[in-house]
Ligand binder design. Structure first.
Ligand code: F6P
Length: 341
């Protein structure tokens, strides 16, 4: 009997369990044994895996996170780890690996595939939605819905207290979550990495809005937003560490200083990644899992499952990781119609 291995790597996100469940069901229907590898690449380095069956993967559709666990380990930093992966892959009799992950996990998968260590099929996940080669990576819809609900809640308190509230959302180098939750939540300002924002101009708009009688405002800022006049290093110094997360505080301080309005900040953080997936993410996760097994069956290794024009397909992993998918500028134009009104 042939064996498929499956691992989930990098940041977790809602919808991962739908993929695992689908791979197990479809894999078994196609006559494969499915081994669940624990904690991403770490499980292959440590040979930590177990055979999955439908009983172990039932009742997990609505659960956030991943039943396999995950880690951010990068085996490419250590040749011994790469060698261990190759050995354990062979020793455990895996014929093909399904790697579910974002840019980093798929970059590792591509390297190991290219260099003959493993045969791999990729499945794209990312709350950031920044992977090229696919219109959608599951997890994003859930994150946008959570962020939107938070914006709604923050709206009511901002309005009661006549405050500006700055809401920091995730997204790393792209502004997808900020843009979509900002539109859905009626943000007055959206700050993203793709467009450098001028806080002086933003504050003039906020002042004008307040003069027109709206005594509160909602500013959504992506964690990687670019601000005119401040280098990322400078911003990092002000927020005392250099990693994603924290820019909201900086923006809130600047806005309060420049407008004089009482300003608060709310950092949504990992809330955006936790909990039950939306129906959409469960459906896409299920479809991606089924398609991944099809690709294994067809021996189309080095491919990543993708969605194009809302249809399932596949692309070279190499292509998907080459370039980051930045926001849709037309959508930003639409969002800007509503800024500071
Ligand atoms: O890439 C997904 C993501 O959630 C980013 O939006 C965020 O910057 C990062 O992961 C946070 O990662 P960690 O869980 O390691 O703090």
């Amino acid at each position: 009997m042939k064996k498929i291995g499956i691992l989930t790597g990098g940041a977790d996100c809602p919808g991962l369990n739908s993929v695992i469940r689908a791979v197990v069901r479809k894999g078994m229907l196609e006559g494969y044994v499915v081994a669940g590898i624990k904690n991403g690449w770490e499980g292959l380095i440590e040979n930590d895996m177990k055979i999955l069956d439908p009983r172990m993967t039932s009742g997990i559709l609505d659960k956030g996170g991943t039943i396999l666990g995950t880690s951010r380990i990068d085996p490419l930093e250590d040749p011994n780890k790469v060698a261990a992966i190759g050995e354990n892959y062979k020793r455990s009799g895996i014929d093909a690996l399904i790697a579910v992950g974002g840019e980093k996990t798929l970059t590792i998968a591509q390297y190991l595939h290219e260099n003959g260590y493993i045969k791999v099929v990729g499945v794209p996940k990312s709350i950031d939605n920044a992977l090229s080669g696919t219109e959608y990576a599951f997890g994003f819809d859930t994150a946008v819905n959570i962020a939107t609900e938070c914006i709604d809640r923050l709206h009511t308190t901002a309005e009661s207290h006549h405050r500006i509230i700055v809401i920091e959302v995730m997204g790393q180098h792209t502004g997808w979550i900020a843009l979509e939750s900002g539109i859905a939540g009626g943000a007055d300002v959206i700050l993203i990495p793709e467009i450098e924002s001028d806080l002086d101009a933003v504050c003039l708009d906020l002042n004008a809005r307040h003069r027109r009688g709206k005594t509160f405002s909602i500013v959504v800022v992506a964690e990687g937003a670019r601000i005119k006049g401040f280098s990322p290093q400078e911003i990092a110094k002000r927020i005392s560490h250099y990693r994603f997360g924290g820019i909201g505080e900086f923006v809130a301080e600047e806005i309060e200083k420049k407008t004089g309005y009482e300003t608060r900040v709310s950092v949504l953080g990992h809330i955006q990644r936790g909990g039950a997936p939306t129906a959409y993410d469960r459906i896409i996760g299920t479809q991606f899992g089924i398609k991944a097994v099809d690709l294994v069956k067809e021996q189309r290794f080095g491919q990543m499952v993708s969605l194009k024009n809302n249809k399932l397909g596949s692309v070279d992993i190499e292509k998907a990781i080459k370039k980051r998918k930045t926001i849709d500028m037309d959508l930003f134009e639409i969002a800007s119609v509503f800024f500071a009104h």
